[in-house]
Design a protein around this ligand. Sequence first.
Ligand code: C2E
Ligand code: CA
Ligand code: CA
Ligand code: CA
Length: 275
Amino acid sequence: KNQFALAEPQNYKGFLLERKVLEIFDDIRENKKYRDPRIVCYAQPILNVDENKYKTAEALVRLQINGVNVPPIKFIPIAEERGYIHSLSLAMIHKVAEAINNELKDSEFDAITINISAGELSDEQFATEVLEILDSYNISYDKIRLEITESAMFEDTDILTENIRKLKDSGIRFYLDDYGTGYSNLDRMTDSEFSTIKFDKSIFYKALANKETEEMLDAVISLVKKRGINTLVEGVETITQVEFAVNKGFENIQGYYYSRPVPIENLVDYFNKKQ
Ligand code: C2E
Ligand code: CA
Ligand code: CA
Ligand code: CA
């Protein structure tokens, strides 16, 4: 019997990765105070405004300990610091792939996005490993998209460029996450790297309250669209915000107004089922 008592069966392909991720906490590794820790894949459906349908979703990791969720903000930074974030990303890709082949196999949707942390793209093996996992499930590469923040792009290394090229050539799209939170370099963000820009809720809320920010938002949206890049707004919670988002021309809307993140298998309730 394994010391972590993971819920997943031993033949689940991501099992060892998942176990590795759980080692981020000494207490888990030493099997001290936590019972039954596990990594669970949640996902939040995203509305496509034109079609008024949920066509994509964002995978969001949940760490459950003693049956309670630990928020990502409390363990992602630790995982990043201690070198476990890459295993976490790969484990999440396994989980999303499993769901696509099982619970979601009769659902109609475009893709599920997965968060990648800064630094991972500078790992020589990154693209190869991602493609290998998808191959092992026989999943079409365009069903998975990767979200990265601008800070992931700061190290402008050859390896990073090569990883992105390899993944993009294979049909994997990149989303720029959290736009409006960092130093936003318009040149960088509208070059051909990204298929979608995700506007952070902070800039969106600010535009709702402040005319100057609203004008700036209008200008950015118009520039982004001119470059053929899609727009998505996050953190939409109220009908007022929905109306504002639609009015601004956002093509995709994500937020609690439509749904909180749910266990990934529950996406069947949102994606259209095939007839
Ligand atoms: P993020 O990538 O910006 O993900 C969106 C966060 O906003 C999620 O928080 C989501 O639950 C939350 N959210 C969605 N709709 C609303 C809304 O209407 N209002 C508000 N206030 N919040 C909303 P969550 O799941 O706690 O994740 C927090 C962050 O942790 C993520 O921010 C991401 O940076 C990181 N994260 C989550 N899962 C993963 C993962 O699998 N890998 C990596 N590397 N990072 C992850
Ligand atoms: Ca994200
Ligand atoms: Ca975000
Ligand atoms: Ca983020």
